[in-house]
Design a protein around this ligand. Structure first.
Ligand SMILES: NC(=O)c1ccc[n+]([C@@H]2O[C@H](COP(=O)([O-])OP(=O)(O)OC[C@H]3O[C@@H](n4cnc5c(N)ncnc54)[C@H](O)[C@@H]3O)[C@@H](O)[C@H]2O)c1
Ligand SMILES: [Zn+2]
Length: 368
């Protein structure tokens, strides 16, 4: 039963992974506070598919002080939803000793976590992520928030959960594209962690079974450990935590040029990882040898990305806008070798362009 700890002094918390954990929920809730009442918020699709089992097995959910089901759609991440959650909790007399439970993908953990951070100036919350992306990324690290009409995740707070419980069995009902979304982040962690994790990812992909529980348990554990370590070292993203952006600057720019429609965040991230590797090598060609195996893994995962036309000039423009908006120089994460990432600034537009163009060539010529 893998257990990872996010080390943040008195706000440290466990991330529990693996099948057969639902009964543990009872114990984890009691550990937070024996007398606390539970307010549970569920992703609607998850609730329809697994809600009855989860509640049957978990008494604290059957006796919840209140429960609400929310659509797991990006539009749910709004201040309007936060208002609804606040009305519901305050209407049901929530107190500072109660516990808020967010059960769902990143949408639910982000918005419910933010409602928890703000109601009564902060009530404890815990996450039960039900998507692969939620288990390896969104539910860990305490970034909570909602979108603003001007952009994603512009309103939010750092509010760490009291525990995270990831039951791999829930993943069985996700679509293949949703699995790729989580896989992309796992491949990113592989680059940050190094050879051992890369071998584990390769074994999973070569096994050809996307929903294989043992492999997934191992990969979620390794990913959670990587994220926990970086969050523990730098909760507010001053330096270390920025390494988690490996592949993301390029990935975001690609998503932007596609109006956030044709590729998911994870699919764009796989292209972004390829671009980050291309850039790492352009900046220092001697890196090519050490990065060879990891590059082939990224390409293997990239085969899962649907082919859509990418306009490399538009991607370059999007990177420049990103830079202008943040008011700082563009900071990119590159790899010296798997397990050794660093931030670079001052990359020339011509080098960015070359990295993007090379990525497009790889993308279109990778066998599907
Ligand atoms: N806070 C963070 O650090 C962080 C990190 C990464 C991403 N995010 C956020 O996470 C969000 C994306 O999260 P996501 O990819 O989990 O998507 P999501 O929450 O939108 O869920 C995707 C879909 O899966 C459904 N679903 C959930 N669990 C299911 C299950 N077990 N079986 C079948 N269907 C299920 C949902 O109803 C939804 O339709 C974005 O808003 C992103 O900004 C936050
Ligand atoms: Zn991401």
């Amino acid at each position: 039963m893998p257990e990872i700890t996010v080390q943040l002094d008195d706000r440290s918390y466990p991330v529990l992974i693996g099948p057969d954990k639902r009964r543990r929920l009872e114990r984890l809730v009691k550990k937070v506070d024996r007398k606390s009442r539970v307010f549970a918020f569920y992703d609607a699709q998850f609730y329809a598919l697994h809600g009855h089992i989860l509640k049957k097995e978990t008494a604290c959910l059957r006796g919840a002080a209140g429960e609400m089901v929310l659509p797991g759609a990006e539009t749910t991440k709004s201040l309007r939803t936060v208002r609804r959650l606040h009305d519901f909790m305050i209407g049901n007399r929530i107190s500072r000793s109660d516990l808020i439970l967010a059960v769902g993908g990143g949408v639910i953990t982000d918005v419910v976590g933010f409602a928890a951070a703000t109601v009564l100036r902060g009530v404890r919350w815990a996450a039960v992520p039900t998507t692969l992306l939620g288990m390896v990324d969104a539910a860990i690290g305490g970034k909570t928030g909602v979108n603003h009409p001007r952009g994603k995740n512009l309103i939010g707070a750092f509010w760490q959960p009291s525990f995270v419980l990831a039951d791999i069995r829930f993943l069985g009902t996700l679509s293949e594209r949703m699995m790729t979304a989580g896989l992309a982040e796992i491949v990113k962690y592989g680059g940050l962690e190094g050879e051992d994790m890369i071998s584990a990812i390769r074994a999973y992909l070569e096994g050809g079974r996307l929903y294989h529980q043992r492999h997934l348990t191992e990969l979620v554990t390794l990913s959670a450990a990587c994220k926990a370590r970086l969050v523990g070292a730098d909760e507010r993203e001053a330096d270390q935590r920025m390494l988690l952006n490996l592949g993301h600057t390029f990935g975001h720019a690609i998503e932007q040029t596609l109006n956030f429609r044709r590729l998911s965040h994870g699919e764009a991230l796989l292209l972004g990882l390829e671009a980050a590797l291309q850039l790492s090598i352009l900046l220092r060609p001697a890196r090519a040898k050490a990065l060879g195996d990891y590059r082939s893994l990224v390409r293997q995962a990239m085969r899962r990305v649907p082919r859509v036309p990418i306009d490399s000039d538009a991607v370059l423009k999007a990177l420049a806008t990103d830079k202008k908006r943040s008011g700082t120089s563009l900071r990119l994460v590159v790899l010296d070798r798997p397990g050794r990432a660093r931030l670079v600034t001052g990359v020339q537009p011509a080098q960015l362009k070359q990295a993007i163009e090379k990525t497009c060539v790889t993308y279109y010529h990778t066998e599907v």
